[in-house]
Design a protein around this ligand. Structure first.
Ligand SMILES: [Zn+2]
Length: 474
């Protein structure tokens, strides 16, 4: 088995330059959710050049694609992403907030590395299967719009993972570790209030304010917060405040709510309560409210057998071999952060702070971390098939997610080393599963137990379509 690991890691090394170049190109063309046309084309071209069998337009999403290689055996999916974020552009490599003139988009979540490392892992497994004549199939799934678009939920609902045996993924991080499966179910819902316009001074009694309704809804939700489970979250953003004229009673207002809960049942209950508050706000203001579910994701299920297999890879590989220049650069970025950013980052993975600027230890599998409470559309895949996720260190410890500091570190040598290391871990887990059918069986048995044998039910409302135009809308 040890020899198999080294063999598959060797295939990662053999393709590292191409994957790093891909990551750097995608960094340079930051595209938002569902608008990742050039980035997706780069991934598709890479798959074709490496001889994968490519399927495009998965789940009717123009920027979702899958490449498969190998014959027979188990089907291992490796998931990648490549979408960027608005307002997070920054010059590469400088520990200073220097936005690049232009559209302002930036890879502030490191998805340029994310897609490239997953593709590198799949390419390595392909090479290893072919070289050894082993039965097994590896697939790279290019998954768009993780940032708010939840494409994997639509892909899961469309059956894209139906014949997959297990799925492997990762996310850029401060640390190298197995990512504990704590993520919240969430949904985004737009509430649009319709009132009646009127001259705010001459005939205020004839107007019915949609903006008042939206504001009253906010007040109602503030009071609700005291009475919800402590792991639930409710956030909102105004999409339309009804214009800029204070002397016109606002006839229309639109607010987007993002509601998170530990699981789907909890989410359903909480959404119902928020909806009642919206109804109450409409009642109070004599307006009408219309709702539209924009996206929804499931909580993520863990899988112990796969987590143990991944931990085994990390322990054998260790963190990337940083050099002094990597560490000096990471220290420059840490100087732009607060002490709390750094200690929080250690606490998340259950390690005591030790002054390291870049990850220098693999936390034990059962380290009692304080995981970040967020949501991911990997949740939906994890309800379909056994799924395991790594954290791969690609930046200075303490760098906040969705920050200019993260964008700025996306092309550094340290980021490249992190990309290669986590690709080895994912390829190693895939090869392990292909060689040991008992691992796949154990993963499936636990998956049946965790889902209680219930089939996956998409949290998306019937008829909901991928919000392909979402990055143009607001
Ligand atoms: Zn991300």
């Amino acid at each position: 088995m040890r020899n198999d690991d080294e063999a598959v890691w060797g295939h990662v090394e053999a393709k590292r330059a191409e994957a790093i170049a891909l990551s750097d190109r995608v960094w340079g063309m930051p595209e938002l959710a569902y608008a990742e046309h050039r980035s997706a084309a780069e991934h598709t071209a890479f798959l074709r050049a490496e001889g994968f069998r490519v399927t495009e337009n998965l789940a009717d999403i123009p920027t979702a694609m899958m490449g498969e290689a190998g014959e027979g055996g188990p089907v291992i999916a490796i998931l990648g992403e490549f979408d960027a974020l608005p307002g997070l552009s920054n010059e590469a490599g400088v520990a200073e907030h220097r936005p690049i003139p232009g559209d302002g988009n930036g890879h502030g979540c490191g998805h340029n590395l994310f897609g490239a490392a997953s593709l590198l892992a799949a390419t390595a497994v392909k090479g290893w299967l072919a070289e050894n004549g082993i039965a097994g199939r590896v697939r790279y799934y290019g998954c768009p719009a993780e940032e708010g678009g939840a494409a994997k939920g639509f892909m899961a609902r469309a059956g894209c993972f139906d014949d997959v045996d297990l799925a492997i993924t990762w996310h850029p991080s401060s640390h190298c570790a197995v990512d504990p499966a704590i993520s919240l179910a969430n949904t985004r819902i737009d509430f649009t209030f319709h009132g009646r316009a009127s001259h705010a001074a001459a005939s205020p009694h004839l107007g019915r304010s949609a903006l008042d309704a939206a504001e009253l809804m906010s007040v109602g939700v503030q009071y609700l917060r005291e009475h919800i489970p402590s792991d639930s979250r409710i956030h909102h953003a105004y999409l339309d405040v009804g214009g800029v004229a204070p002397n016109v009673v606002q006839a229309r207002a639109k607010v987007r709510y993002l509601i998170r809960s530990a699981d789907l049942d909890g989410l359903r209950r909480l959404v119902e309560r928020v909806r009642r508050i919206a109804d109450g706000a409409a009642l109070m203001t004599e307006t009408r409210v219309e709702t539209q579910v924009i996206s929804a994701v499931s909580n993520r299920l863990g899988n112990r057998p796969l987590e143990r297999a991944m931990q085994d890879q990390w322990e054998r590989l260790g963190p990337p071999a940083w050099d002094e220049a990597d560490i000096a650069k990471a220290q420059e970025f840490q100087a732009t952060l607060g002490e709390e950013d750094i200690t929080t980052s250690f606490r998340r993975v259950g390690l005591p702070p030790n002054g390291a600027a870049l990850c220098d230890r693999i936390p034990p599998l059962d380290a009692r971390g304080v995981p970040m409470v967020g949501s991911t559309d990997v949740g939906d895949v994890s309800w379909k098939v056994p799924t395991v996720q790594a954290r791969g260190a690609t930046y200075a410890i303490g760098t906040p997610g969705h920050s200019w500091q993260l964008t700025a570190q996306g092309k550094l040598p340290a980021a490249h080393k992190g990309l290669v290391q986590v690709a080895k871990v994912m390829a190693g887990v895939a090869a392990d599963a292909i060689r040991r059918p008992e691992l796949v069986e154990a993963a499936k048995a636990e998956h049946r137990e965790r889902t209680g044998g219930r089939p996956y039910v998409s949290p998306l409302p019937e008829g909901a379509k991928p919000p392909i135009g979402m990055s143009r809308a607001v």
